[in-house]
Design a binder for this molecule. Structure first.
Ligand SMILES: *Cc1c(COP(=O)(O)O)cnc(C)c1O
Length: 477
């Protein structure tokens, strides 16, 4: 059989089977990719088979191997097999998962997936939820509910009257927040100037004293956004204390838990998120630690009515009109794919115990990579992981800070150029650093060894070569 679908299936299988062997970094240059894909819109079409064959052949070299176990850049999960397979089915069924009537099974499966997520993360069981395109849109959905609820308390109906002429809102948030918090605030018309940045302490957390000062400063309706694991070092704010202070001041507390909220599934790590359940809304991702394919974010909101009022497309803001859960009452989009179905599949495959094992395993691998690379000459551990994120930098004796920043970026590039592992850089407390983020279910002890070997080959080629650790650099470094 050689239909386009057969070709795609075989190419997908070959991609997965080749992940251990291929370069983790994409090897095609921009020029190569333009040669393959740029050009005028064809007048005559091609066969479906030709299209799929050419795509599979030409795109591969321009793809990173982040579905595999040695990609530690940014915070990017893999795809559990059940979730990837479910995603294929979702595309094949081609349902419009906007209301129960337009896809009954999608509505019921997504509803179960949302209930399971609240249970796994141990968040209020009567909270509402929405499966969005990512954590950023989960922020936007949550903060839209916050905006509506805060303004209603001061006598303003934002759904009817909009923001023009409305009372001001301010957003208190950590100086270690993710950039998507700012984007959500912009998209909601609140504006960047409404953001007051809270300085974090030596552990990367908002201190109660700093929050206290900010809360006593103003009577403006306030949102507070806290980190349930910040992107650099996985720092978690002191939720119990901070949330109680914010609630006393009438603020709405929103949690950025893009990956970190999943640490709630682990008995070893959940103490880091103690009290996070007391917040008003939570945003997280399916496509990071839960390992469902892109794109999948999840918004969870304690005040169901505020959520529904902010999002519903029905004329009735008060009562549901359908016999079942309509996604469009809770989601920012209208037509949409049933992205909660892969979540259902992942949770069913893993179970509570599988998720816990995945979290614990990733944290252990992260610690081993940071320690292993940290022992190499020229390497320095900037932040030992408390969860699944850690930071290293590279320095030479007698070099200036600027030279060491450049050396760090150069070392990251050289490690990535080995094709054996892939890391990204970040700036943390004025240092350039290499971030180690482990959230992929595939990462194994063997992957950890290969990643450390790749760093060894770059930092001490004279040590690495004789013991067989030499890795041939790729042509296009
Ligand atoms: C990835 C990430 C986000 C943004 O999530 P998207 O799914 O890319 O929208 C927000 N916050 C943190 C801490 C993240 O790691």
């Amino acid at each position: 059989m050689n239909t386009a679908l057969d070709l795609a299936y075989r190419a997908a299988r070959a991609w997965i089977d080749g992940l251990d062997e291929r370069s983790v970094a994409a090897t095609a240059s921009l020029m190569d990719l333009k040669r393959s894909f740029a050009g005028p819109l064809p007048y005559e079409g091609s066969s479906a088979e030709e299209v799929v064959q050419a795509l599979a052949r030409d795109a591969g070299p321009g793809m990173h191997g982040n579905a595999g176990g040695r990609f530690f850049a940014w915070v990017i999960g893999g795809g559990l097999e059940s979730a990837l397979a479910a995603d294929w089915l979702v595309a094949t069924w081609d349902q419009n998962a906007t209301v129960y009537a337009s896809s009954p099974a999608s509505a019921v499966i997504e509803e179960t997936a949302g209930e399971w997520i609240k249970e796994l993360l141990d968040l209020p069981r009567d909270a509402s939820f929405a499966f969005t395109g990512g954590c950023q849109m989960a922020h936007m959905t949550s903060l839209a509910a916050a905006r509506a609820a805060l303004l209603r308390r001061v006598g303003w109906n934002v759904e009817e009257d909009g923001l023009i002429g409305a009372p001001g809102i301010r957003v208190l948030t950590s100086d270690q927040r993710h950039v998507t918090v700012d984007r959500a605030v912009r998209f909601l018309g609140i504006g960047r100037k409404a953001i007051d940045q809270l300085k974090t302490d030596g552990d990367g957390r908002v201190s109660p004293a700093v929050l206290d000062g900010a809360l006593s400063d103003s009577s403006t309706p306030t949102m507070l956004v806290l980190n349930a694991a910040d992107l650099n070092i996985g720092a978690c704010d002191a939720f119990r204390e901070l949330i109680s202070m914010a609630h006393s001041a009438g603020a709405w507390v929103h949690i950025d838990g893009a990956f970190g909220l999943f640490a709630r599934a682990s008995r070893t790590y959940r103490h880091l998120l103690d009290g996070v359940e007391l917040a008003d809304s939570w945003a997280t991702d399916g496509h990071k630690w839960l390992n469902v394919p892109f794109d999948c974010g999840i918004a969870i909101i304690a005040d169901r009515e505020a959520h529904r009022t902010a999002m519903t497309s029905s004329a009735s803001y008060v009562a549901p009109t359908s016999i079942a859960r309509d996604q469009s009452d809770w989601n920012p989009e209208y037509s949409r794919r049933a992205r909660g179905v892969p979540v259902y599949a992942a949770l069913k495959q893993l179970g509570r115990s599988g998720m816990e094992a995945l979290v614990d395993r990733c944290c252990a691998h992260c610690a081993n990579i940071v320690e292993g690379i940290g022992e190499l000459p020229g390497a320095e551990i900037l932040a030992r992981p408390t969860l699944n994120q850690g930071l290293l930098r590279f320095a030479r004796p007698g070099a200036s800070p600027a030279e060491n920043d450049a050396f760090t970026d150069e070392t990251i590039q050289k490690i990535n150029a080995t094709g054996e592992a892939f890391f990204s850089g970040t700036t943390w407390r004025n240092h350039r650093a290499m971030r180690v983020s482990v959230v992929n279910w595939r990462t194994s002890e063997q992957d950890v060894k290969r990643a450390i070997a790749a760093a060894t080959s770059v930092l001490t080629p004279e040590v690495a070569a004789p013991i067989g650790l030499e890795v041939a650099p790729l042509a296009n470094t």
